[in-house]
Design a protein around this ligand. Structure first.
Ligand SMILES: [Zn+2]
Length: 284
């Protein structure tokens, strides 16, 4: 099920990569919503060229796409709160800075449209790319323009959002080139993903909770995004996957110490500060 290995860094293409350690997934192993069996132990690797992390011995891309296409992520995320209640304040504010009435917005990995519903409430026109058939039905029912694949998307957009997406991608450079094509001049790409340089990731490394989903395979460094051809990194905001992970610093350290003492290991939760990054990249 998981024989796929990269010969070089999947982000910068560099060959100076080395092993950090084996990744142990929780049992039963679920790829998004589908239970899978793995024949090999996945390994976390680091690229010294771009400082990114990635997993070796992963599910091949064609299998992964089939799992996404037939998965029921609409059920997995059915209890997701409305976007503004669920997301950290700095994410909501950053979106409002770029998304205004009349703008055209494409969300890649739109799921059932929580982000797009919010974008529409700001007066923007909404489109979503989403591989899951079940989720696309929900998007269409809500009235968002819907595409199965990024290759099928037509038109140009003022803003492209991709939240919790890039860590799933087998070819981030191809995604970035396609996003560049689809953006209007001065258009902005806004990405939310885990930050492998955050304190809790540095402390837990291959035991970081964020790695412990077989569909999360690449963990780019912000250093990589500073050098993407055709884009300029405007902002990097340190944030959380959702507002539910936010704690006071005192509570974070108290829970951290208790977990170390009781369980003798740290998986990055509670997080010692923000463990995600929100990046805004402007098309040059
Ligand atoms: Zn690299």
């Amino acid at each position: 099920m998981n024989p796929f290995q990269w010969d070089a860094c999947p982000l910068c293409g560099g060959g100076d990569v080395h092993e950090i350690g084996p990744i142990t997934y929780r049992q039963p192993i679920r790829f998004s919503t589908r239970e899978i069996a793995l024949a090999h132990t996945p390994m976390l690797f680091e690229c010294r060229g771009c400082d990114s992390w990635f997993t070796q011995r992963i599910v091949p891309q064609a299998t992964a796409f089939l799992l996404y296409e037939t998965g029921a992520s609409s059920e997995k995320w059915a209890d997701t709160p409305a976007f503004v209640e669920g997301k950290s304040r700095n994410i909501v504010d950053r979106l409002s800075q770029h998304i205004k009435a009349g703008k055209k917005v494409l969300d890649v990995g739109a799921n059932t449209g929580e982000l797009l519903d919010h974008v529409r409430s700001l007066g923007a026109e909404t489109s979503g790319a989403e591989p899951s058939r079940a989720s696309r039905e929900v998007l269409t029912r809500k009235g968002h323009q819907t595409f199965a694949r990024l290759e099928d998307v037509s038109g140009t957009f003022d803003v492209i959002t991709a939240f919790d997406l890039v860590e799933h991608l087998y070819d981030i450079p191809v995604f970035l080139r396609r996003a560049h094509q689809l953006l209007a001049p001065d258009g902005v790409l806004i990405l939310l993903t885990g930050d492998r340089h955050c304190l809790s990731a540095e402390k837990s490394r291959q035991n970081w909770w964020y790695l412990k989903a077989p569909e999360h395979i690449v963990f780019p460094s912000d250093k990589y995004f500073r050098k993407v051809p055709g884009f300029q990194l405007l902002t990097k905001d340190a944030t959380y996957a959702s507002a539910g992970y936010e704690r006071s610093r005192i509570m974070q350290w108290f829970q951290f110490i208790r977990k170390i003492l009781l369980k003798g290991g740290y998986d990055g939760l509670p997080s010692l500060g923000p463990d995600h990054m929100l990046l805004s990249l402007k098309k040059d």
